[in-house]
Design a protein around this ligand. Sequence first.
Ligand SMILES: Nc1ncnc2c1ncn2[C@@H]1O[C@H](COP(=O)(O)OP(=O)(O)O)[C@@H](O)[C@H]1O
Ligand SMILES: [Mg+2]
Length: 471
Amino acid sequence: MNMIKTANTLWTASDAAHAAGGDAHPDWKATGVSINTRTLQPGDLFIALQGPNVDGHDYVADAFEKGAAAAAVHHRPPVLDPDAPLLVVEDTMKALEDLGMEGRKRLDQGKVIAVTGSVGKTGVKEALKLVLGDQGKTSASVGSLNNHWGLPLSLARLPADADYAVLEMGMNHPGELTQLSRMGRPHVCVITTIAPAHTEFFKDTFEIADAKAEIFAGAEPGAIAVLNLDIPEFVRLHAAAQNAGMETVVTFGMDVYADFRVIAYELDGNGSLVTAATPVGTVTYRVGSPGLHWVLNSLCVLAAVYAAGGDVARAGESLADLSPPSGRGERFEIARDGGAFQLIDESYNASPAAMRAAMAVLAAQPVGAGGRRIVALGDMLEMGENSPSMHADLAEAIDANGIDLAFLAGTDMKHLWDALAKSKRGHFASDSEALAEVMQGAVRPGDVVMVKGSAGMKMGRVVDALKQGKG
Ligand SMILES: Nc1ncnc2c1ncn2[C@@H]1O[C@H](COP(=O)(O)OP(=O)(O)O)[C@@H](O)[C@H]1O
Ligand SMILES: [Mg+2]
């Protein structure tokens, strides 16, 4: 039986076997690709990856129960029906890469925009998805799927007729981005900014810049680099772009020489009003995500839209619809007896730059009568040997941003605790669970509380406690 492709078919059995080798039968067609049964959608091709702790082959039956159209496996799980639709390959990880590379090859006319940087990757990627989605068929990496399996997965999911493919690319080690860029073959390479994040494997931010510059390695001929002109590493990135054969570099920033530069901005609690000079004229627009870092991210987005051949003015208009993603600045008003307090949920992740950005947003946030500005912070992980001083240095930012009280959790946050003025010490706890208990009773009406820490610190527990607790 030869199945007819419908508009939504992403992979047929024969396409997949052609791309990845192996045996595909009986005939099947899939409308999506998944490597995780928890997020699998009916119609997906489930690829059973074998990890150090989990073997996807144990979940193949589960995938079919959830409506998977087929499964890619390197051995047939014994529980399966003999007629189960499979793609049997030698190595499922290699199959994922092959499908990714074929997905990229199938992209017909579309522009691939690769986004990396020390912070702001997911935010900029989501913003590009929003604004370009209004201008053409746009496909983007889901969540933070930006590594050696997230990227091929995103590519394997690309519809051939997409106008724009926005791909997040991340790295912890030198060499990783070279591989990802060669797989993604971008037309536009965006580096949001360089800052200490995952620094344990790098001597300084210049080494980080070199590793981020690997995003140029797989660039298509004629590709454009989008770079932040405000950072000291710009010169290094620019040279790397040129060495990689990129002829065009588009810059953004506060710097007066930036192609996309801020002329004026006004911050408020929910976003900013920005006027920017661009190569296609002055634009004024609203960004629906608060903070100076979002003023800069918005310029990065407009520069990337420009580099991809999109409509800059229209993209500016779309930025009003932006909202902070879950755990990255989401806002809540929590009712308490006697009045409400505000909660800013930044629990998704943290690095020194992101901590400072979030504190600046808190500084701009008006407090209610009798209210205070409060931070609840967990350790910034993977910061390497300078981690203690990176934590202690946040005391300055706490002072500069008019923050009244700090509640801290984690081994490294002890260094910040010791550096804080006594009047600003709320409570120190060894972990977020213990801090969550204390925080419940520590907040009063009118307060604004910002919660942030590395994902591994699970500061979401503090957020949950604040949402539920009775004051
Ligand atoms: N340009 C920026 N400069 C400083 N901090 C930023 C910037 N963009 C985002 N952030 C902060 O970094 C955090 C992580 O953002 P995200 O977009 O998820 O980055 P990534 O995907 O690179 O980890 C956000 O919570 C935000 O506070
Ligand atoms: Mg991310």
